[in-house]
Design a protein around this ligand. Structure first.
Ligand code: 4AD
Ligand code: MG
Length: 501
């Protein structure tokens, strides 16, 4: 096949003739001059066709070509700062490959439900495309960070004979007549590998039968988990902050245009550098129950109500405008803005409704409980950089976390909360490395000891202090891109109430 020039490479072809191959993203024509926006997977390019400069028959065909038709366009490259991507093509020729008509997703906006039910096509739209590119960079930088820092990749199995996290969220599968489970975490397996290679990581899909339909939960998500022999809690925090900072830095280097299109908070991302904030769980509880938090939430409520008013005002303005005479493109633009505004209004209304509830939960928080989603949100909203929360109460956490020998009420664990309300993106801990203590914890949690025999065995033969953590890829992407819902951060999302394709 002919070697087509890629839109991302146009800067090297200014003044030259090239042929692009792709799909028609959008077009408009004045009858004499026509603007065709082509997308080719690497970017968008506005191609300008003038009557008289291309054959009349072709001009006519292009004018009637539907969105997402596939075609090649030949023309001369021109720098054009105001144009999408910064370069334009003066069209000399074009070849239609497969015309399309009535493409269901138009450049004007659609509701989330509709788009999720058209995911196979929606992937071609700008937002999913930008998020997909950021996802690619995040995953590439995850691998690069560990590969360049002496870690060995060890693949953990997906079919598991035992629970790695809570029993309630296990997906059971029929494995030749006996029950097995889809993995919730590769941690237990790579702990055994850390005793062989020292520093290891696993990276793959993980599964949780989460009944909560929140914007932070998928039933299938990707997690990367490093595990290190001879490390303590401080060492883990250092590793996690270097790791997260590296991911963010790489995305900023490679995907700035995508972040801009997505409306991400680039300034906030530039601020993501070590050291991150460090709080103990007990300090976090003190913050939650403080006067400062009460005032913070009260001020937030005032701001939310102001936002609500602003949105409502603009919505009624638009509704008024829609009654008048409008051009097609004006009507589409207003309709798109309206959909945006309505979803923002919905979000603000939800926050207004939740604010008093969350304020009460925070004020009445008792030492000993795990931090809930709203508590994490409050802590992370009060910080402009990621926050480590360490040393949670033992009774709220998993059996494998090491008990703090100086304060046996708590374990040597941490969560990393992304700032500005995004909440937990990493969970990790030092592992219980004492044979008897681990056995006791397994029994206390009513787990079947015989299933964990191999895991306990690691504490029998050369046990060493070790630990690791798991970073959720989709939550990390949601935070970096400013996307509200993690279902947009995986190409084919799986949720409790929805599986499409
Ligand atoms: O905090 P979690 O449950 O930790 C573990 O699984 C440990 N075994 C990891 C380890 O120490 N090796 O999960 C880790 C991260 C969370 O912080 C979150 O980012 C993500 O995985 N996560 C989810 N992401 C999307 N949907 C869900 N249902 C998720 N559950 C956890
Ligand atoms: Mg967790």
């Amino acid at each position: 096949m002919e070697d087509f020039t890629k839109i991302a490479q146009l800067k090297d072809y200014v003044g030259k003739q090239v042929t692009l191959a792709g799909w028609l993203y959008n077009s408009r024509s004045s009858g004499k001059i026509m603007f065709l926006i082509l997308r080719d997977g690497t970017g968008l390019c506005q191609c300008v066709a003038e009557k008289g400069k291309v054959q009349d028959k072709l001009f006519d065909e292009l004018e009637h070509l539907g969105q997402e038709s596939s075609l090649t366009i030949t023309g001369v490259v021109r720098e054009e700062k105001r144009s999408v991507g910064g370069y334009e093509l003066s069209v000399t020729n074009a070849k239609i490959i497969a015309p399309a008509s009535d493409y269901p997703i138009t450049p004007k906006e659609h509701g989330t439900d509709f788009l999720l039910s058209n995911r196979h096509l929606h992937l071609r739209s700008q937002r999913p495309w930008c998020i997909g590119r950021v996802r690619h960079t995040v995953i590439d930088s995850v691998r690069r960070f560990f590969n360049d820092n002496g870690f060995t990749l060890v693949d953990a199995p997906i079919l598991m004979s035992l629970a790695g996290e809570d029993q309630q969220s296990l997906f059971e599968v029929d494995y030749f007549g006996r029950p097995m489970y889809l993995t919730q975490t590769g941690q237990l397996h790579i702990e055994s590998a850390a005793m062989s290679f020292g520093k290891v990581y696993c990276f793959g899909p993980t599964f949780r039968a989460e009944k909560s339909k929140t914007r932070r939960h998928l039933t299938e998500f990707w997690m990367v988990e490093p595990e290190v022999a001879f490390i303590d809690l401080d060492g883990l925090l250092k590793l996690a902050e270097d790791f997260v900072s590296f991911i963010v830095k790489t995305v900023l280097e490679r995907n700035r245009p995508e972040l801009e299109t997505l409306g991400a908070d680039i300034k906030a991302m530039e601020n993501v550098k070590p050291p991150f904030y460090r709080l103990t769980y007990t300090e976090a509880v003190n913050i939650l129950t403080s006067e400062r938090t009460k005032n913070f939430l009260a001020e937030q409520l005032v701001k939310l109500k102001e936002q609500k008013e602003k949105f409502e005002k603009r919505i009624s303005e638009i509704e008024e405008q829609q009654k008048g005479q409008l051009k097609d493109w004006q009507r589409e633009k207003l309709a798109a803005e309206l959909i945006d505004l309505r979803s923002e209004l919905e979000e603000v209304n939800m926050k207004i409704e939740n604010n008093p509830k969350h304020a009460r939960l925070a004020a009445e928080f008792n030492w000993g409980k795990d931090l809930g989603g709203s508590d994490e949100t409050i802590i992370s909203q009060m910080h402009d950089k990621p926050v480590f929360v360490t040393q949670y109460p033992k009774k709220a956490k998993a059996f494998y976390m090491k008990t703090n020998r100086d304060n046996p009420q708590v374990v040597l664990n941490f969560d990393l909360l992304a700032p500005e309300g995004f909440g937990e993106i990493i969970g990790g801990s030092v592992r219980e490395d004492d044979y008897d203590m681990l056995l006791k914890r397994i029994e206390e949690d009513n787990l079947k000891v015989e299933n964990y025999q191999w895991y306990i065995d690691l504490r029998r033969y050369g046990s060493v202090p070790h630990g690791g953590f798991g970073l959720g890829i989709e939550r990390t992407i949601a935070w970096i891109t400013g996307e509200r819902h993690i279902r947009q951060c995986i190409p084919f999302p799986r949720m409790m109430d929805r599986v499409y394709m």
